[in-house]
Design a protein around this ligand. Structure first.
Ligand SMILES: O=C(O)c1cc(C(=O)O)oc(=O)c1
Length: 296
């Protein structure tokens, strides 16, 4: 039994997602998902901002197989802080079919970084979403960035659209490939060709080492699931069409901190052809790009 009691308003991941109508190409990668615990085996971090339900590696593999994915990129969830044991355990039991993005503190040793690499970690995540973490100072992040560059890892950044002007110069100073989570969380009530999203597109255009995940319509949408998250489509499609070789897609399972509803993962997969309308764009998004970044 876990000692952890999930938050009172916690929404559990969908127990019976629909079978997608869209058939994923063979070898597709779910390039953004998480594992939570199980808390009894891998305790959640004392500094966490939320306590989730469990979401184990075996439950993730079951979803992978059910939806038709071949591989996963597991991103360290903030509820585990910089304790990457649940992530590493999942990677070690993936038969090479999962890679990871870790969270590390500046105190991490070279031997620990090397062990993470051996397990399949290929990046670190810097989180700037204030409800999720106590932010590390920029100079500490810079020192971590310089060290992981030596391993040929990349940096995943998570921030919300309105924070981009303030963070822009720091982001472009980073010395590695940089992957932006969830399209930089645009405010989709604003126009796709308005100044806020233009700044994000400029970041991508002027910095060819920046990539973007076109993920999380369920978080970004104001229209919601009954409207099939349609307000997110123009944003995601713009990013895919302008930067076809630098985009990734992921379920975001088990969808931490969703408050309005829990998405149906099958419905999320059915958004892929709306984001990437041609077979070639789908192949890049789901296979070529994640394979190049994580498995080459
Ligand atoms: O928006 C979020 O609440 C969220 C949280 C986490 C995490 O806790 O790691 O990861 C995500 O990709 C999104």
């Amino acid at each position: 039994m876990s000692n952890f009691v999930k938050d009172a308003d916690w929404l559990d991941w969908h127990p019976s997602p629909s079978k997608p109508n869209y058939t994923l190409p063979a070898g597709a990668v779910d390039a953004h998902c998480h594992v939570f615990g199980p808390g009894a085996q891998f305790p959640f971090a004392p500094e966490r901002k939320y306590t989730p339900c469990d979401a184990s590696k075996d439950q993730l593999w079951a979803l992978r197989d059910y939806l038709g994915f071949s591989r996963n990129v597991i991103v360290q969830a903030t509820c585990h802080g910089a304790d990457n044991r649940a992530l590493v355990d999942a990677l070690n039991h993936s038969s090479g079919m999962a890679r990871g993005v870790a969270t590390v503190k500046e105190s991490v040793s070279d031997a620990e970084l090397e062990a993470l690499h051996q397990a399949g970690v290929r990046g670190v995540r810097f989180n700037f979403v204030k409800r999720l973490v106590d932010a590390l100072p920029f100079d500490a992040l810079t020192r971590i960035a310089d060290r992981i560059k030596e391993l040929n890892w990349h940096i995943v950044i998570y921030f919300e659209g309105q924070e981009l002007p303030e963070l822009y110069d720091f982001f472009t100073s980073l010395p590695t490939t940089v992957v932006v989570d969830h399209m930089g969380r645009p405010d989709v009530s604003k126009p796709v060709d308005g100044p806020e999203f233009k700044l994000f597109l400029q970041l991508m255009r002027d910095n060819e080492h920046f990539w973007s995940k076109v993920s999380c319509p369920e978080r970004i949408s104001l229209a919601g699931p009954t409207q099939h998250y349609q307000d997110v489509i123009p944003f995601a499609r713009t990013v895919v069409e302008q930067f076809p070789d630098r985009v990734l897609w992921g379920t975001d399972w088990p969808h931490p901190n969703m408050k309005t509803h829990m998405p149906d993962d099958g419905q999320l997969v059915d958004m892929i052809p709306l984001f990437a309308p041609t077979v070639e764009l789908q192949r890049k998004l789901l296979i070529d790009n994640p394979m190049r970044l994580y498995w080459s």
